[in-house]
Design a protein around this ligand. Structure first.
Ligand SMILES: [Zn+2]
Length: 364
C-alpha cells in the first residue's frame, strides 16, 4: 500500500558521509558531479550533465511528475572535510564547515530513489536536478533550461530547522553598486579644489534607512572602498549593498530611496555617481490554494505530522524554479549552523526528511 516504506538509516548516513568527503567548493563541482552521475546511472536513471555542469537524472513513473533538487557546491573554500559522528549527530572536526548544506539534500534524494526501487513502490516520474554554484548566486539553477522538465512542481531540499517547517515564501533580492566620482586634490595644499568622494558616500549612507525596513523588507550597505592616501582628497569611492523583500513594490521603493540618497549627496557636492542595480533573484509566495502546498499537506497528514509554513529571508534554487514557471518549496533536512565550523546535522532528521519526501512522492 502507498505510504509503507522503510528508510535504511545506515545507508543514508554512509551516503552522506561519502558525499561530505568529496571536496566541492563552488566552481569545483566536477568530482562530485561525476560521482553522482555514476550513482544515478548505476541505479538505472537516465542521467546527463548540462552545459553549466548540473546533473540531471530521470526516473520514469506514473502520475504527476515531481522535480527533486539540491545543490552540489558548498559555501566558501573549505576542503578536506572530516565528518565525525557522535550520538547520532554529524559534525566536522571543527576546522571546516560540514557541507551538510547541501549534501544532506543530495543524500536524502538518493535514499528516496533507493527505497522506491528496492521496495518496488509506485511513484510518479521523478526528475532530479543537482545544481552547481548555488552559493555564489544560484548560477546552476539560473542556467537550467526549465522547458526540459515535465514536472510543474519541485521540492528543493535546502533548509534547516524542524522537518515540519516548509518554506513557501522567500524574498526577491536586488544588488546595488554605486561608484562616486569626486575630484582629487592635495589634502594640505589645495583641498578646496577637491571633491571628497568618501564624504559624499558617507552623507548618502547617512540619509538611507537600512537594516530591517519592515516585516518583509531588509536593506544593507555591506562593502565600501575608497581613497588612495591620507594626504589626497579621495577621487573615487565604491559602495555595494542589497535590498530584499517578499513584496516587489516595497523592494522597488527601497531601491529608489537608496538611489535618491546617493544622487542627492552627489549633487550637493558636485560629484558624479554611477549606480547599477541588478536583480539576483525574484520572490515567491505559495498560498494554501497551491496544488504543491496541498500535496505536501496530504503527505504530512499521512505521517501524522502538522506542517508549519514559513517564510525565508534568503534565496535558494526555489526562487529560480518559481521564476521559471514551476511551483517550488523548500524542505528541511535538519541542517544546523550552516556556513560555520559548528555546522551539524542529526541522522534522525535526515531520516525524517527522507520519510517526508517519500510520502510527498507517493501523493503524485
Ligand atoms: Zn544551501
Amino acid at each position: 500500500m502507498r505510504g509503507d516504506f522503510t528508510i535504511n538509516q545506515e545507508r543514508l548516513l554512509n551516503t552522506f558521509l561519502s558525499l561530505v568527503r568529496i571536496d566541492s567548493p563552488s566552481g569545483e563541482e566536477e568530482a562530485i558531479a561525476q560521482h553522482l552521475s555514476e550513482i544515478f546511472s548505476a541505479l538505472g536513471l537516465i542521467t546527463r550533465r548540462d552545459d553549466a555542469g548540473n546533473v540531471i537524472a530521470y526516473l520514469d513513473g506514473q502520475g504527476e511528475a515531481l522535480l527533486l533538487n539540491a545543490h552540489m557546491d558548498t559555501v566558501g573554500q573549505d576542503r578536506g572535510i572530516q565528518p565525525i559522528v557522535e550520538d547520532g549527530i554529524v559534525r566536522s572536526d571543527g576546522t571546516t564547515i560540514l557541507g551538510g548544506d547541501d549534501k544532506s539534500g543530495i543524500a536524502v534524494i538518493l535514499e528516496v530513489v533507493h527505497v522506491l526501487q528496492e521496495q518496488n513502490l509506485p511513484h510518479p516520474p521523478l526528475e532530479i536536478a543537482l545544481t552547481v554554484g548555488e552559493e555564489i548566486g544560484l548560477l546552476g539553477s539560473k542556467a537550467l533550461d526549465m522547458s526540459q522538465f515535465l514536472a510543474r512542481q519541485a521540492l528543493v531540499l535546502d533548509s534547516g530547522g524542524p522537518i515540519t517547517n516548509v518554506v513557501v515564501s522567500a524574498p526577491a533580492r536586488d544588488g546595488l553598486r554605486a561608484v562616486i566620482h569626486g575630484k582629487a586634490a592635495h589634502a594640505g595644499v589645495n583641498p578646496e579644489e577637491g571633491i571628497n568622494a568618501i564624504v559624499v558616500a558617507a552623507e548618502a549612507i547617512a540619509r538611507m534607512t537600512l537594516g530591517r525596513i519592515d516585516e518583509e523588507t531588509t536593506a544593507n550597505i555591506g562593502l565600501i572602498q575608497g581613497g588612495t592616501a591620507v594626504n589626497i582628497v579621495p577621487e573615487r569611492t565604491e559602495i555595494e549593498g542589497e535590498v530584499r523583500s517578499r513584496d516587489e513594490d516595497k523592494l522597488a521603493a527601497q531601491v529608489r530611496a537608496m538611489t535618491r540618497a546617493l544622487e542627492e549627496a552627489a549633487n550637493q557636492h558636485g560629484a558624479e555617481v554611477d549606480i547599477e542595480v541588478n536583480r539576483s533573484f525574484s520572490a515567491f509566495n505559495l498560498g494554501d490554494d497551491s496544488p504543491l502546498v496541498q500535496r505536501v499537506t496530504r503527505a504530512a497528514e499521512r505521517l501524522g505530522w502538522e506542517l508549519f509554513f514559513t517564510a525565508s529571508g534568503g534565496g535558494s534554487d526555489a526562487n529560480v524554479f518559481n521564476a521559471g514557471g514551476l511551483d517550488a518549496l523548500v524542505i528541511s533536512t535538519g541542517m544546523t549552523d550552516v556556513h560555520t565550523p559548528q555546522e551539524s546535522i542529526a541522522v534522525a532528521d535526515m531520516v525524517r526528511s527522507a520519510q517526508f519526501v517519500l510520502s510527498i512522492v507517493q501523493q503524485g
